[in-house]
Each structure stands twice: as structure tokens, then as C-alpha cells.
Design a protein around this ligand. Sequence first.
Ligand SMILES: Cc1cc2nc3c(=O)[nH]c(=O)nc-3n(C[C@H](O)[C@H](O)[C@H](O)COP(=O)(O)OP(=O)(O)OC[C@H]3O[C@@H](n4cnc5c(N)ncnc54)[C@H](O)[C@@H]3O)c2cc1C
Length: 419
Amino acid sequence: MAEYSALSLLKNALSGNRDWRPAWRKAEPKPAYDVVIVGGGGHGLATAYYLAREHGIARVAVLEKGWLGSGNIGRNTTIVRSNYLLPESIRFYDFSVKLWENLSHALNYNVMFSQRGILNLAHSPAQADEYIRRGNAMRHGGGDAVWLTRHEIARRVPGIDFSPRARFPVVGGLLQPRAGTARHDAVAWGYARAADRLGVDIVENCEVTGFLREGDRITGVATTRGDIRAGKVALAVAGSTSRLMRMAGIERFPIESHVLQAFVTEAVKPYVDCVVTFGGGHLYMSQSDKGGLVFGGDLDGYNSYAQRGNLPLVKEVMSEMVAMFPATARLRLLRSWGGVMDMSMDGSPIITRGPLPGMYLNCGWCYGGFKATPASGFSFAWTIAKDEPHPINAPFTLSRFERGAVIDEKGQGPTPKLH
Ligand SMILES: Cc1cc2nc3c(=O)[nH]c(=O)nc-3n(C[C@H](O)[C@H](O)[C@H](O)COP(=O)(O)OP(=O)(O)OC[C@H]3O[C@@H](n4cnc5c(N)ncnc54)[C@H](O)[C@@H]3O)c2cc1C
């Protein structure tokens, strides 16, 4: 792989920056591949990279209907964490954090992973008990968690409302120090570049419109750029999962699509040095390297495939932000956008072979698929290459719905918009 390095920067500066290779080729689709991956988001691109690097399978195409980064990979609030309660989730997401820790080196691309920590604020003694229990579970599972008192939080994040009039008094908070943020586009571009260099074809502006099949078996895809045959067809289309399932003739599937919005303020001086979540509602906030406050809240609460949200949720998120950080009331909001979330019925992902022969499926990421990108790509590639799950994704197949052994992390039951 042509390295990005200080030496190559110098060499290219001296030649007027005319000799840089494009980060990935504009590949034309071929008539057949060993594996076709539908969806050029983080998960599809990571899967292609690990298929080529870990399993030597490089006759692979990633088909993306728009441009790389046009989906949720380029629309999220970039929080990376593994602060889960249930052992299956802790194992999976902690493995992901470990891959994040070396990702820039592995891809030779700076994904700007910053382990600034995530702090979950507790606003009642009952919530504090719940968070401490979760922290203990994380530590038992090999993860990192620290309980911070109200006074420690006031010193660390002085912008939080600690006044006697605060509407949501802070009791304490659970800190995961190894959590953090990363540059979302860079993750897509880094995986794309590394996969391309290993021989993967990345085909943009190529929408899958149907499936080729022999009986029940999926043998390829119909696309806006012609039919493509494939030994294996892997779907990683996030919020479009139910659409693709319908194309395959599967009308009922345990995924719903919901809009989730995100917001960025104008840039300010350093204000908060970790990710903070609000326990009195649903709000998460961090400060980007450029200085903007990046934050988001709940789902809009209705099914949609639109990449934009509506005003009631904007109002709710703003009111939570101002309740938590009163000084932000004076800030101007620069941008907001929406993404289409693939909400599963138990709030946990699906990484599996099937549901039809020749098909492999990766979906159900809800609010949290960005942080999962490396572990998801790694374990999905394993599942595709070996036709069996890797131990870290074995609990996340479709069979859990047949057995009733769902991984209901938040305890909300089968109500996706509550997850
Ligand atoms: C506002 C918001 C905030 C979020 N915050 C966080 C966070 O802080 N931390 C976190 O971990 N997660 C977060 N998420 C969730 C996370 O972004 C997603 O779970 C994750 O990015 C989904 O995986 P992906 O990157 O592969 O999806 P996507 O990037 O959406 O990739 C799917 C791709 O499939 C393509 N596609 C769809 N249909 C077709 C077709 N027919 N043919 C070809 N291509 C097709 C789409 O164009 C898209 O590019 C957030 C999401 C949103 C919207």
C-alpha cells in the first residue's frame, strides 16, 4: 500500500501535489464476484477490508447507491464506547474499542480516534445504583468504568448546571475513560482506501434494485448498472434493510426504520473535554476538534426513510441541552440533519448468515452502529468467509428471535422507538 507518511507528504509537496493516487479507484462493476456487499457505509466497507485482509477473499465488490459517506456513517455524532450491561454486548463492543485503538495504524489513515471518555450523568439515587451496577458489569467483563461523585464532575465539567435551582440535580456519573469520538468520514474513507488497495472494487452510484435467484438461493443482484452474479451477497444497508428484505420477498422482518437527528453549534473555545450524556432525558454531547458542540437526542418517533427530521424533536433536544448546560442557550445552531436508523426489536444488532441461502445480513444498529464499525466488519467478514459466526457475533444471529433469547440491553421490550 502506498503509505501516507511524513516522507510522502514532503515528496508530494516538492512535486506540486500532482502525484497523489486517488484514495480509491472509481471501479466499474464486473459481471461476477465471490462476494457482493450491498451498502458502502462503514459496515460494508469494513467488511470488505477484513474479507480481503483476514481471509484473502478479494474478488469483492461494495455497491453503494450514492456516494461513500452519504448514509449514517457520515451523519452520526461519532461516539465510541462499550458501556453496556449484558455480557454479550460488553464482549462485542469492547472488542470494537480495542480495534479502534489501533485503527489509524492498521488503515494507514488518521481516523482521529480520541479517547476522551464518556460520562453518563445520574440524576437520582436509583439511577446512580443502576449506573454503578452497569459499571461493575463492565469491569467484570474486562472493560473500564469509574464512578465520579458530584464534586468530581463539577470540577471536570464546570458547564453543567450545579446551581441550587438546577432542574435535574446531578447525583454522580459513570465514566468510561477509554470511550471517545472519531472522525466519521475518515472511517469510511480509511476503510475504502485500505480495501481498494487490497483489490476490492468500490462501485458508487450503483443501486441494488432486486435479487437474482435460483429458487430460494440468492445468486446475485440486479442494479442500476446491470446484473452482477455473486457466490455470496452480503447486505449492510442500515436504515434501508426492510426495503431490501422486501425486494427479496421477505415482508416481515424484526427491523423498523426511524429518523434520528444530530446538531452542531457554532465553534467556541474548549468547553467540554469528554462526551457527556444526560440521564434526565436522552441527550449526548461532545465538542468537535473544530470547536462546535455536537449533540443529539431521541428518535423522531415515527417510521420514515427520510434523511431529515422534524421540529418537535428539535425543540425537545434543545430544551434538554439548555437544562443540562445553561450557557449553551446563547449559542447559534449551525447545522442539523437526520439519518435513517435500523431499529431492531431488542435494541441489539443482527450479524448473520441468511435469512435466505446465499444471503448474509448485517443490521439492527439502532443508535449505536458507528462505534461497532470495526468489530461488525471483522465478525461479518468471518461469518461470510466461514459460513459460521465468530464467537463475538454468535449471540447476534437471527436465531435469538426464534428462541426468545433476545439481548434486550435497555429492558424496553419489543418497542423499537423506545430503545
Ligand atoms: C444522527 C445520528 C447520530 C448517531 N450517533 C451515533 C453515535 O454517536 N455513535 C454510534 O456508535 N452510532 C451513532 N449513530 C448510528 C450509526 O451512524 C449507524 O448505526 C451506523 O453508521 C450504521 O452503519 P453504516 O455505517 O454501515 O450505515 P450507512 O452509512 O447508512 O450505510 C448503508 C449504506 O447503504 C446504502 N444503500 C441503501 N440501500 C441501497 C441499495 N439498494 N443499493 C446500494 N446501496 C444502498 C446507503 O446509501 C448507505 O450508504 C448515529 C446515527 C445518526 C443518524
